[in-house]
Write a protein that binds this ligand. Structure first.
Ligand code: SF4
Ligand code: SF4
Length: 154
């Protein structure tokens, strides 16, 4: 669980709606089903994707394997299909090192089935205060009725 300072930092400074927990299980699923998002949305056709290849080396590793209702589905050619390990692990791009980023999740991305990570919603500060206030009010009224019942019974 995040403490109050972390919640504040995530939601107000980083403007994140989610925070990440868990760890990678090394299943390789996220390298086998990739959607590519750019300024106009998720890539839908190969021509569009060809232009992106000049922008970042990560795109040159990808090959199209399918198309579904979300967009083109890519697989990374650096994934060893036998071990499910990345063949360029030490020099893999930053996007892979930081995966899964909370921002991607906020933009509509999702985690692979049975991924070892989880995305938890960051509760806004106002909501935290409200919960604390409610608890305090409840505690006060419980205390009052206990005092009344114990000391002022007729
Ligand atoms: S899907 Fe999740 S657990 Fe599997 S390799 Fe990717 S990050 Fe790790
Ligand atoms: S470069 Fe490695 S970590 Fe990144 S998507 Fe490809 S196989 Fe996965």
């Amino acid at each position: 669980m995040l403490n109050k300072f972390q919640k504040f930092f995530y939601s107000k400074i980083l403007r994140r709606k989610y925070y990440r927990t868990g760890h990678c299980l090394g299943c390789g699923k996220c390298c086998k089903k990739i959607y590519v998002k750019h300024s106009k949305g998720i890539i839908q056709d190969e021509k569009e994707f060809e232009n992106l290849k000049y922008q970042h080396r990560f795109y040159t590793y990808l090959k199209v394997i399918d198309k579904d209702e979300t967009g083109l589905v890519f697989e990374c050619t650096n994934l060893d299909s036998e071990t499910n390990r990345c063949k360029i692990h030490k020099t893999r791009p930053g996007i892979c090192r930081r995966y899964p980023q909370e921002e991607l999740f906020s933009m509509g991305g999702s985690l692979s089935d049975n991924c070892g990570y989880k995305m938890e919603p960051v509760i806004p500060f106002s909501e935290v205060f409200l919960t604390i206030q409610k608890k305090e009010t409840k505690n006060k009224s419980t205390k009052k009725s206990w005092i009344k019942e114990t000391f002022f019974k007729k």
